[in-house]
Design a protein around this ligand. Structure first.
Ligand SMILES: [Zn+2]
Length: 287
């Protein structure tokens, strides 16, 4: 599932490519993803100007004129593509046409824009969601209301992290992934963050001492920032709006590296299931 760095990459792309454009039509062959009557949604977004794009955690907001916001959750396999009116433009500098890649072929929703561009939602598993809301009431949608502090926001301070850990017996891995506590961290980055901070994923949150909390906080910001710089991790379906993969999968230190050597000490990286999900760690570097 796309996590904070992937969603931030998409937001930055949307701001650069479609801000100021106007939606002239909407098409879908999977209307169940639209959480209101399809005709009503299509009518309401028509002729609206795209004012901005923003996010909280893994949730995407496309803010429109007329006080409306399209809220998109990509879920497991969703990603957004922006195509220009010229069919299959060459993207990036290697001249490869990423839109032809198999992973970008599951288009179920298309926003047609006045400039001739299209904003397309590719979603293999079809778990993605599209919701139209009043911009000033976005915080009242149940999915948004339940979110904790965004991991890259100013509000997420060392003190805030410490508060979240205090008195919690929960395994640190599960606490960091709990979107109602901290929004944006998922299964890939939690393994990388805990490796970076030298903390075992099974440690109870309240047993993490002051010095370790400082390290953990720094690691969260460092890993997420690096992943944003590298335009996310494409270990499965995630692609940017040009259909191109991110590059963080090339620098992963523990995630999906079970059986390989720890890049720091050479010990074999372990995999363990925590909360039904594969968790990767070095039994020597992490305590
Ligand atoms: Zn190690």
């Amino acid at each position: 599932m796309p996590e904070l760095p992937e969603v931030q990459t998409i937001i930055d792309d949307l701001k650069r490519k479609i801000k100021g454009d106007v939606i002239i039509d909407f098409w879908s062959d999977w209307k169940k993803a639209v959480k209101m009557p399809f005709e009503k949604f299509a009518k309401e977004v028509k002729d609206k100007k795209i004012l901005s794009a923003s996010r909280i955690g893994k949730n995407i907001f496309i803010n429109l004129s007329g006080g409306k916001t399209i809220y998109i959750h990509l879920k497991m396999t969703g990603h957004l593509l922006v195509k220009s009116k010229i069919q299959n433009p060459k993207s990036k500098t290697d001249g490869k046409d990423y839109f032809n890649d198999k992973v970008n072929q599951y288009i179920h929703h298309v926003f047609y824009l006045k400039s001739g561009r299209t904003l397309e939602f590719s979603d293999l598993r079809k778990f993605g969601k599209i919701i139209l809301a009043d911009t000033n009431k976005i915080g009242e949608i149940k999915e948004i209301k339940s979110l904790g502090v965004d991991a890259m926001s100013k509000e997420f301070s060392l003190e805030k992290l410490s508060e979240l850990l205090d008195g919690k017996k929960t395994k640190i891995k599960l606490l960091l992934m709990d979107q109602s506590k901290i929004a944006g961290i998922g299964n890939i980055y939690v393994s990388e963050i805990l490796f970076e901070s030298g903390i075992l994923p099974v440690r109870p949150a309240d047993k993490i001492d002051k010095e370790e909390r400082k390290n953990l906080y720094k690691s969260i910001k460092k890993v997420l920032l690096k992943a944003i710089e590298l335009r996310g991790t494409s270990d499965s379906d995630y692609r940017d709006t040009a259909g191109a993969p991110g590059e963080f999968q090339e620098v992963l230190k523990v995630y999906r590296r079970a059986g390989k050597k720890c890049p720091r000490c050479g010990t074999i990286i372990q995999r363990e299931k925590i909360g039904q999900r594969g968790t990767f760690y070095c039994p020597v570097c992490q305590k």
